[in-house]
Design a protein around this ligand. Structure first.
Ligand code: BGC
Length: 495
């Protein structure tokens, strides 16, 4: 017979069920909100036009710089595109100091970024850097600047390929004075203050970079339809017909190339259904949101992405811990569990989502990896087998719901774009720690895709999902290339 602890864990886990009928309701609503976002501004699903109107075909060449701001690390890289679908990438990565993410000014943050670019250039491209400084000293007006693609993975209203104003911060960032400002101009001005030989040529969301990179490297003739991130945050970018983006007409001063008839849209699906019309909502989702620094927004992201899954689990486990009649992580006559009072278990955001991947991956009877991870991550010692079992039950439920929810935008975009109506493969590039490391994330996502009648088993089989590693670096380089050379790329569908 099941113990009170496991019975209660199973009861809570059921609250995370996301059955086929709910997936279908989610897809229908996603299609509705996405059409609304294409027609007007200030909708829950932003559907941001990116002004990227072509995707690469693997023949592009050149040396570009790319930087990536969007999570815990700032990356600087230079990318050599070889023109034969391959590339070489040199990169450096640095953790962003917490105080710059949430309490400083935009000037502090962008100066920090420019300094990292300077350090990178001195190490990896010193000759170029010194030649530039010499020319400046000698009063030589000639410029030989690196074109830089700026991957900035937050919602931005783009005005053109290299300008855009920040709509809001996500993923724990919060520097109010940057909101409403052009982030390319902020970076360029910090770069110019240090006199670096760099021109910010393109502004790129990480999902757009992922789509571009996948398209550059993906095998075969099929163009990539969608780039998606399931990491610290979640979002997707896809290829849309220009004629469907009716809000473009009201964007004065917007100029872009129309000859492909298509444009990449950054959906910002982290904010799908902020009004909670169709998204599932447990008490843990509700409390997590209320205690977050952006209540009421990024509601889809708060159920799907790495920044939040650990916190959902922590809150559910804490409930079991505080419930005297079930006593998770409580010592008994047979076990001496200890949870120190300063354990991250008691701290908001204290449970890292990587713990979920470890728990889900441990299918052994002894659950040794789970015990080690509880000790390493939360300083919880001597957890009993039953404790670990309860952690497993909840982890599985939360991870599976996230994966099934992830099928909603994917199915909706497949249906909306009509891409399943031919015999072709539909290529999807993905990146991010959740899709990469959470065991069977793709499997659960595919199960849910098949349950959508307009996709079904036949449609699901046509979908090829591939990890697009380093997508944001290579993708940003590719867009910097478009921006600097224009007209070098082919129509998105490659047909
Ligand atoms: C941001 C998106 C980004 C996604 C993945 C979200 O929080 O709003 O712009 O693409 O995270 O990094």
């Amino acid at each position: 017979m099941s113990s009170p602890l496991l019975t209660e864990a199973t009861r809570i886990a059921r609250d995370f069920d996301y059955p086929a009928a709910e997936v279908q309701r989610g897809v229908a609503e996603y299609i509705r909100q996405s059409n609304e976002g294409l027609a007007k501004e200030n909708t829950t699903l932003s559907q941001i036009p990116t002004f990227v109107t072509a995707v690469p075909n693997g023949t592009e060449k050149g040396l570009y710089l790319a930087v990536d701001l969007g999570g815990t690390n700032f990356r600087v890289c230079s990318v050599q595109l070889h023109g034969d679908t391959t590339f070489s990438l040199t990169q450096s990565k640095i953790m962003i100091p917490r105080e710059l993410m949430a309490s400083g000014t935009s000037k502090d943050l962008f100066t920090f970024l420019a300094r990292q670019i300077e350090a990178f250039l001195r190490i990896h491209h010193n000759e170029h850097f010194e030649a530039h400084q010499r020319r400046r000293r000698d009063g030589n007006e000639e410029e030989d600047l690196f074109d830089l693609g700026f991957t900035f993975s937050f919602p931005v209203r783009q005005h053109g390929i290299n300008s855009g104003t920040l709509i809001r911060w996500t993923k724990g960032f919060n520097i109010p004075d940057a909101v409403g400002h052009d982030v390319c101009a902020l970076l360029q001005s910090a770069i110019d203050d240090l006199d670096l030989p760099v021109r910010v040529a393109a502004l790129v969301n990480d999902t757009v970079g992922t789509l571009m990179a996948r398209s550059y490297t993906s095998p075969g003739e099929t163009g990539t339809l969608l780039g998606a991130i399931f990491g610290t945050g979640t979002n997707g970018a896809y290829v849309e017909k220009l004629e469907n983006i009716s809000k473009l007409q009201s964007m004065k001063d917007a100029h872009y190339d129309t000859h492909t008839g298509e444009m990449i849209i950054n959906a910002e699906w982290g904010s799908f259904d902020n009004q909670l019309g169709v998204l599932p909502c447990t008490v843990y989702d509700r409390d997590l949101d209320a205690d977050s620094n952006n209540p009421g927004i990024q509601m889809f992201e708060k159920r799907v992405s790495g920044m939040f899954l650990g916190e959902i689990l922590r809150r559910a486990l804490l409930d079991l811990h505080n419930n005297a009649s079930v006593g998770l992580f409580k010592s008994s006559t047979t076990s001496k569990v200890s949870v120190p009072s300063d354990s991250l278990f008691y701290r908001q955001w204290g449970l890292d989502t990587s713990l979920l991947s470890i728990v889900e991956a441990d299918t052994t009877k002894e659950m040794k990896d789970i015990k080690v991870a509880l000790k390493d991550h939360l300083n919880i010692e001597n957890a009993s087998d039953e404790d670990c079992q309860a952690v497993k039950i909840l982890t599985h439920a939360i991870g599976k719901r996230a994966a099934r929810l992830s099928a909603v935008p994917l199915a909706a975009i497949l249906i909306h774009t009509g891409k399943l109506n031919t015999d072709d493969i539909v290529d999807v590039g993905v990146d991010g720690s959740v899709v990469e490391y959470y065991p069977n994330f793709e499997g659960h996502l595919r199960d849910a895709l098949r349950e959508v009648p307009e996709v079904g088993p036949a449609g699901e089989k046509k979908v090829r999902i591939g990890i697009s590693k380093d997508g944001s670096g290579v993708g940003a380089a590719l867009i910097a290339l478009v921006a600097s050379k224009d007209e070098t790329m082919h129509a998105p569908s490659k047909k």
